[in-house]
Write a protein that binds this ligand. Structure first.
Ligand code: MTE
Ligand code: MO
Length: 377
């Protein structure tokens, strides 16, 4: 049961939902280390947690592949068949920081989406497995017309009065870059059950929703998946779409996450007694193979910005976040609004306010993160 499984998690995890189980680490622990320890990695589930016997498990490859195959775990892990790959990759849920949209626009959000995430629905791990490109090659490659790979998770859950599996798709153009990994290890340990044991997908630089856990089938198809998680759930709507019209056709399928960042320390409403500077910590991340190049923090809601010294940013990597800290100069006494923004390597930056980008799905809350504190100098 989930009770047994969540005992693998840190005792301080914040349980957002009991079933399906959803949880995130408490703020002070999110960026304690540039690599997230497995017990502190957030968990996003749509249904139950399946029990899979690794000795009976096989991965089915079918649809528009030249030679459909069932591949055992032992074969996937056989280095004579497939080279092994370890990559440091951040997984970020597109719902990260959703609570800010909920707080500003109460009651206006797609009812299908129910986890009120704060800044902890993001984590970074060393993932070990095999590139999906190599597995497709092992199946003789794709038949002409195959453009997407549909990924099936083994658990069942209810949605729209139907029992279904968790199914999404990724484009073959992404797989071809060796940026889609089938992983059985997380930070050098066997994949924890709650994170997809025995095998999960890790799609580099895409939203977490594409990184299917408990993977049991991959089907090559001509168009993006028609399953509801792909076609209805992870959509970015314009401001005129809402509960009153439910125009699912007006959404953009969210794949790459834009640049974003968050302050993890100090906490909101803290009273801070200091001698002219306040220690501020957090994370910065950009999807699609971009990386945070500069992080700036403001003590006054965004008039004056101080750059985080490069030495205080964790190393640059194509598919991982950078954790950061700064001793922020502060003269003023009283209530202050600390704000952060990141510039990625293409000089993309973040919307200024939550209101700049409200959307009915409550996804992609990437506006400048704001924390109010009381300063005593
Ligand atoms: N895979 C399956 N089978 N079922 C799910 O509910 N949730 C997805 C993805 N893979 C999900 C899934 C979503 S929305 C996210 S953000 C990530 O898993 C979270 O991965 P984690 O729980 O390992 O942190
Ligand atoms: Mo997610």
């Amino acid at each position: 049961s989930w009770l047994r499984v969540i005992q693998e998690k840190h005792v301080d995890m914040l349980h957002l939902l009991q079933f399906p189980y959803n949880g995130e680490p408490p703020k002070r622990l999110v960026t304690a280390k540039p690599i997230t320890p497995n017990p502190l990695f957030f968990v996003r589930n749509h249904g139950g947690i399946p029990d899979i016997d690794p000795s009976k498990y096989f991965l089915r490859l079918d649809g528009l592949v030249k030679e459909p195959k069932n591949i055992s775990l032992a074969d996937l892990q056989n280095e004579e068949l497939f080279p092994r790959q370890t990559s440091m990759v951040t997984i970020q849920c597109s719902g990260t920081r959703r609570i800010e949209q909920i707080n500003e626009y109460a009651g206006e959000g797609d009812e299908m989406i129910n986890a009120p995430w704060a800044e902890g629905a993001i984590g970074t791990a060393q993932w070990t497995g095999v590139s999906l490109k190599k597995v497709i090659k092992y199946c003789g490659g794709l038949i002409d017309g195959a453009k997407h790979l549909e990924l099936y998770g083994a658990e069942t859950y209810f949605k729209h009065l139907e029992v279904q599996n968790y199914v999404v798709s990724v484009p073959w153009s992404k797989v071809k870059l060796n940026e889609v990994l089938l992983a059985w290890e997380m930070n050098g340990e066997p994949l924890p059950k709650i994170h997809g044991y025995p095998l999960r997908v890790v799609v580099f630089g895409y939203i977490g929703a594409r990184s299917v856990k408990w993977l049991y089938r991959i089907k090559a198809i001509p168009k993006p998946s028609q399953h509801p998680v792909q076609s209805k759930e992870y959509l970015y709507f314009n401001g005129q779409v809402g509960k009153h019209n439910q125009l699912y056709t007006k959404g953009i399928q969210i794949q790459e996450m834009p640049v974003s960042s968050a302050i993890m320390e100090p906490l909101s409403k803290e009273i801070i007694i200091h001698n002219g500077s306040i220690s501020v910590k957090g994370w910065a991340y950009s999807g699609g193979g971009h990386w945070p190049e500069r992080v700036e923090v403001s003590p006054d809601g965004g008039f004056v910005w101080y750059e985080v010294p490069l030495a205080n940013l964790s190393p640059k990597r194509k598919f991982a976040w950078r954790t950061w800290h700064i001793d922020l100069p502060v003269d003023a006494e009283g209530w202050l609004e600390l704000t952060v923004r990141c510039w990625d390597n293409s000089l993309n930056t973040q919307p200024t306010f939550v209101r700049s980008a409200w959307n009915w799905g409550l996804h992609v809350t990437s506006s400048c993160h704001r924390v109010k504190i009381y300063s005593v100098n």
